[in-house]
Design a protein around this ligand. Structure first.
Ligand SMILES: NC(=O)c1ccc[n+]([C@@H]2O[C@H](COP(=O)([O-])OP(=O)(O)OC[C@H]3O[C@@H](n4cnc5c(N)ncnc54)[C@H](O)[C@@H]3O)[C@@H](O)[C@H]2O)c1
Length: 240
């Protein structure tokens, strides 16, 4: 497939460049330069016209964009980037005839449920905890609407604590303090995105992805395995 990968300079995005390129023709996009990919398009997703030009001619969009972590509090731009940016990607897909959208969502869409709730692909309503969570809820809601109204095929992949296991750092480049049940390696997130891209008959569907025993107990990642034929390569033991 001809795939536009957005957020490609990020923790997940940079891994997804390599994983998707094994099987697809990938255009790489980020607002900042992408390490090792000089031909990457440098586009701000808030610029709809520039984004439309980038999206044109692709079969699918795989989105891994996230506004930086400190930018959600106190009216910072993070919420707007996540929400309006997602709208722009969906709208650009609609206007240019892209039929397939794979979105990196998050377990944050269920953060408002009490501790101990089993989290599944079909647990609704989505419930946010904080501002970032709310942006992820709205992203999934928008994607569902584009599916309903315009027939866009949408797969939302829901990880939790993504790390670079080789370097044992998190998305902000800080050392991982503790491996917990939501910990997953960025390459496994990338392979899940690819599996969701390639899965047949996706209307609108969401998929938990976990890489620990308790993560599988707390969510229905076994459903993801069955539906997408995906499993994490790297498993983690929770640290006390
Ligand atoms: N990191 C985690 O622990 C975690 C957990 C669950 C879900 N997620 C989701 O996974 C996805 C990837 O997260 P990540 O950890 O790789 O984040 P990241 O911050 O490492 O990467 C995000 C990328 O988006 C790019 N970006 C930001 N604003 C942009 C804009 N306006 N236009 C174009 N590009 C822009 C950034 O430059 C960056 O390269 C996100 O959707 C995030 O919400 C992350």
């Amino acid at each position: 497939m001809r795939v536009l990968l957005t957020g490609a300079a990020g923790l997940v995005g940079r891994a997804a460049v390599d994983v998707l390129r094994q099987r697809h023709d990938v255009t790489v996009l980020d607002v900042r330069p992408v390490d090792g990919v000089p031909e990457a398009l440098q586009v701000d997703v808030m610029d709809l016209a520039a984004l439309m030009a980038a999206v044109e001619g692709h079969d699918a969009i795989v989105n891994t964009i996230m506004a930086p972590n400190p930018s959600y509090a106190d009216g910072g731009p993070g919420f707007t980037v996540n929400v309006t940016g997602m709208y722009h990607m969906l709208e650009a897909a609609r206007r240019t005839g892209v039929r397939r959208f794979v979105h990196t969502s998050s377990g944050a869409v269920h953060a408002g449920y009490p501790e101990g709730t089993r989290l599944t692909h079909d647990l609704y309503p989505l419930k946010a905890g904080g501002t970032y969570d709310l942006s992820k809820v709205l992203q999934e809601n928008m994607a569902w609407n584009f599916h309903e109204l315009h027939g866009l095929s949408v797969a939302c992949v829901r990880p939790w604590g993504i790390i670079d296991a080789d370097r044992r750092i998190n998305t902000d480049g800080r050392p991982v303090q503790r491996v917990y049940y939501g910990t997953i390696d960025r390459v496994d997130v990338a392979t899940a995105l690819r599996a969701a891209l390639e899965a047949p008959d996706i209307g609108f569907e969401c998929f938990y992805i976990m890489a620990t025993r308790r993560g599988y107990e707390r969510t229905d990642t076994d459903y993801t395995e069955a539906r997408l034929g995906w499993k994490p390569e790297r498993w983690f033991e929770e640290e006390a």
